[in-house]
Design a protein around this ligand. Structure first.
Ligand SMILES: NC(=O)C1=CN([C@@H]2O[C@H](COP(=O)(O)OP(=O)(O)OC[C@H]3O[C@@H](n4cnc5c(N)ncnc54)[C@H](OP(=O)(O)O)[C@@H]3O)[C@@H](O)[C@H]2O)C=CC1
Ligand SMILES: O=C1CO[C@H](CO)[C@@H](O)[C@@H]1O
Length: 381
């Protein structure tokens, strides 16, 4: 396929596993974006994926690069250990690159990617993109507008339940990819999940100045796999400007994906991290005689007007995974800064790695990267 034939916004996928199906389902909600094709080192997987979705299967990466227009975006949906090499290859080939999280497993690698993108004048962004979704944007709007008064403290929980006892072997994607539980256990729930709420928080408040975190293994043997990453972490985040934050990740404690912004007038709460359409509710604080109460009945806070296409639930997520790629394509077409900037990706990577690798004696870690709060989406101003 020649690049000359493709007109308009286009993406190509590297990695045809579990998450690639979620991207394809999401990309169907934005039909103006063409999927040029997909590549995977696992030929059988690539075949099953391309047959299921009716997309071109590239036999080698070079064919993908040859088919994608220069103003298109490569989606790196490979396993975290491959992210650095694949991201670097895409940038070196001259393509704007959107990487699944994390950007890289080590900070020196992440910095190299950031520098390479900047030298080549290319966009580099990293998932998660739920920060561009309705729930995150509504929460940020409510915080900006002081619905709960000055935010003082935020509790963000990404506890996923006791996953090593879940029937993970039977979790299969639409085109038949098994959920890669061995890889998930080895990469760890902090690298896999912290970004969901870290993204929202950094978008709202900008740079995290200092991280005080601890992480460890509470279940050393997970389905016979013993060389696994921490399955629990807790971090206190100190922002340059903004409230103090406690962020917890585990695949052990009962499922709890709440984020609570505690302010002078009450509490703003979202109960689901992985649902773009999750309601944002305000629980007003009031006094009745000698008692102080945060109303148990939250009042829904909404934005006026439409936001973005929603996708149905598949497995644990009802998120539109195309929001990030669409934001990049919009920035390229309009020649404007991308909300999912390379600075944002690098800072997110540094904070996430600081939490994941904290162990039991990291103490206070001073962050060396920075990024500004994110421009709200047009429909959320
Ligand atoms: N699973 C989920 O629910 C979600 C996952 N993610 C993220 O998506 C990413 C991928 O996860 P997931 O889809 O679950 O993983 P999978 O293992 O299901 O799929 C990854 C695919 O990429 C292939 N691959 C690995 N290295 C390369 C390479 N260098 N070039 C081309 N293909 C390669 C793998 O082949 P092989 O198996 O032969 O190595 C595999 O087929 C991760 O970063 C994860 O954090 C994000 C949201 C949800
Ligand atoms: O990002 C993610 C969201 O959902 C998954 C659970 O199915 C995660 O583990 C994954 O890495």
């Amino acid at each position: 396929m020649s690049s000359k034939k493709i007109q308009g916004p286009a993406v190509a996928l590297i990695g045809c596993g579990f998450v690639a199906d979620l991207y394809m389902r999401s990309l169907q909600s934005v039909p103006h974006v063409q999927v040029v094709g997909a590549f995977d080192i696992d030929v059988e997987r690539a075949g099953a994926f391309s047959a299921h979705w009716g997309v071109t299967r590239f036999a080698v990466l070079e064919d993908l690069f040859a088919a994608l227009p220069r103003d298109g975006v490569v989606l790196n949906l490979t396993n975290p250990d491959a992210h650095f090499e694949v991201n670097r290859a895409c940038l070196q080939a001259g393509f704007h690159t959107y990487s699944e999280k994390p950007l890289a497993m080590r900070m020196d690698q992440a910095r190299d990617l950031h520098q390479l993108a900047s030298e080549k004048g290319l966009l580099l962004a990293s998932a998660p993109c739920s920060v561009l979704g309705q729930a995150a944007q509504t929460l940020a709007h409510a915080v900006r507008n002081g619905v709960a008064g000055t935010p003082r403290l935020i509790y963000a929980e990404l506890d996923d339940g006791f996953i090593p006892q879940a029937p993970v072997e039977s979790w299969i994607s639409e085109s038949g990819a098994p959920w890669p539980y061995e890889d998930e256990f080895r990469v760890g729930c902090t690298l896999e999940h912290a970004g969901y709420y870290l993204g929202w928080l950094i978008a709202m408040f900008g740079t995290v100045r200092r991280v005080v975190a601890a992480s460890g293994q509470t279940i050393p043997d997970k389905k016979g796999i013993t060389d696994t990453a921490p399955d629990f972490s807790v971090a206190t985040l100190f922002f340059e400007t903004g409230p103090m934050v406690r962020l917890t990740c585990s695949i052990v404690a009962p499922h709890d994906h709440r984020i609570r912004v505690i302010g002078d007038k009450g509490v703003l709460q979202v109960k689901k991290a992985w649902a773009n359409g999750a309601p944002v509710k305000f629980h007003k604080r009031f006094r009745i005689r000698r008692r102080l109460i945060d109303s148990p009945l939250g009042k829904r806070v909404s934005l006026h007007g439409p936001s973005h296409p929603m996708v149905g639930r598949w497995g644990a997520a009802s998120m539109n995974f195309a929001l990030g790629p669409v934001e990049m394509l919009g920035a390229i077409a309009e020649n404007r800064p991308c909300r999912l900037s390379a600075d944002f990706a690098l800072h997110l990577n540094e904070v996430t790695l600081a939490i994941q690798n904290a162990g039991d004696q990291a103490g206070a870690q001073v962050m060396t990267t920075r990024c500004d709060p994110m421009e709200p989406m047009q429909w959320a101003r």
